[in-house]
Write a protein that binds this ligand. Structure first.
Ligand SMILES: [Zn+2]
Length: 448
């Protein structure tokens, strides 16, 4: 077989991404089945078998596998088919229209993460067409339900069909996008995810008539706890991944970031510095802040049934996120220190954070392929404040990285695209990512 014709392959991948973007898989309700069927049909045209598994009607995930010699353990490429809902009135182009304009392709899922689904699909197709002999199986999973907690997608596969997705390594979100810092360019690769603690704060007090205010009103007690939580900055916990990430950014960043960034690791200075950064670049500051400490965001309130009755209880649900290595107990101690003993804490759901080894053959292969396609940029392991399907696959012992390559121009911020209005992907940057992913998989899994 000759070399891949990247102009043709890019056009083919782009057409596939457009087809995927035109299928509304907003979660809830998800309804990923038509998207899974589209991927299955594209694989079938190339003679690649796949299977679609449903955890509930319409909640479909697809699995395909290119067999290798079995000398090495499999690599899994995973992308989720569902997207977060889009508010069409705030978009320049319809969120499910897949409109191409000015070098960009608009659509909910363009970077999160139907691009990875299309790229992974094209990678399998090209490996097959090129007749690449493999030492590792290459598994492709296009899964449901990542945006609502993975239960109907990767968690379902891991629990019910573990043999289909068991792999030594997994590539999924969030990472592989260009991060610009002045003239310096980086490719963050996710190797660590924060854990989660969803909990409830309940305040109680004597009931009463609304016409006769009393000082122990449960609603006011709860409000005090919420304000305290909102205004507090929880203690800082520097992890190795985040310390290295910040130092790596600083080493290539222009002045004054090169001086200021490392100071974030200094507990005595980082609070004041973060406040200054929040005033200048809020998005960046929030991201860095979430990498350095446990966080807690109040999100849902419940109290009272009638306007003229002081209720005996008021509750708020809180989205808490834990730095890897922090325990549930240590987190709750931090919360207790802020909200006091006047209110009750109840944990609703929790799981610990994860950090994967970043000194691996796969990471080295990622660095080599990026060196080839963007020599001046630096790949850097980093931590994300949320969780991804990696949280499911790590239960089977996989080392998971967030690497869905896409080359972004300086004016396009990945974090603003992510779940934002006008989500879009540069057409050239998508084609670039497709080539990077294909070459990475070919180099890493091909017979050496
Ligand atoms: Zn995603």
């Amino acid at each position: 077989m000759g070399d891949v014709d990247w102009t043709a392959a890019g056009a083919e991948g782009l057409a596939c991404l457009k087809d995927l973007l035109r299928i509304d898989t907003s979660n809830p309700p998800g309804n990923e089945r038509p998207a899974a069927e589209l991927v299955a049909a594209a694989l079938a045209r190339e003679g690649i078998p796949s299977q679609i598994l449903e955890s509930a009607p319409g909640r479909a995930s697809l699995i395909a596998r290119l067999k290798g010699s079995g000398r090495k353990a499999p690599l899994l490429l995973s992308g989720h088919l569902d997207v977060v809902p889009a508010d069409a009135e705030h978009w320049k182009h319809p969120p499910f229209g897949a409109v191409e304009e000015g070098g960009y392709l608009w659509g909910r899922g363009a970077v999160d993460m139907k691009n990875m689904v299309a790229m992974s699909l094209q990678t399998l197709v090209l490996l097959k067409r090129q007749g690449v002999a493999l030492d590792r199986d290459v598994i492709f999973a296009a899964v449901a339900d990542e945006e609502a907690g993975c239960r109907h997608g990767s968690l379902f596969l891991v629990d019910r069909h573990p043999d289909l997705v068991r792999a030594e390594y997994v590539l999924t979100e969030v990472g592989g996008h260009t991060l610009h810092l002045g003239p310096a360019r980086f490719y963050p690769v996710q190797v660590s995810e924060k854990g989660l603690c969803w909990f409830e704060i309940q305040a109680e007090g004597p009931p009463g008539h609304g016409s006769m205010p009393h000082p122990h009103n449960a609603v006011a007690r709860l409000a005090r706890a919420i304000v305290a939580l909102q205004e507090a900055r929880l203690p800082q916990h520097n992890t190795e991944v985040v310390s290295r990430f910040i130092r790596a950014l600083a080493a290539k960043a222009p002045f004054p970031q090169n001086r200021l960034l490392p100071l974030l690791l200094n507990r005595a200075l980082s609070g004041a510095l973060t406040r200054r950064l929040e005033a200048r670049n809020l998005e960046q500051a929030l991201g860095l802040n979430a990498m350095l400490r446990n966080t807690a965001s109040p999100t849902m309130l419940t109290a009272g049934k009638k306007i003229n009755v002081i209720p005996s209880a008021a509750t708020v649900q809180v989205d808490g996120r834990l730095i890897p290595g922090q325990t549930l107990d240590s987190f709750l101690d931090e919360i207790r220190a802020v909200v006091g003993d006047d209110v009750r804490l109840t944990v609703l759901d929790d799981h610990p954070g994860t950090t994967f080894e970043s000194k691996t053959d796969l990471f080295a292969a990622i660095a080599r392929v990026l060196e080839r396609h963007d020599p001046e940029a630096l790949p850097v392991p980093y931590m994300i404040p949320g969780f991804t399907d990696a949280f499911a696959y790590q239960k089977l012992g996989a080392i998971c990285y967030g690497f869905a390559p896409v080359r972004l121009d300086p004016e396009l911020s990945f974090s603003r695209m992510y779940h934002g209005h006008d989500e879009r992907i540069p057409v050239a940057g998508f084609a670039w990512g497709m080539r990077v992913l294909y070459e990475l998989v070919r180099d890493f899994c091909g017979r050496g």
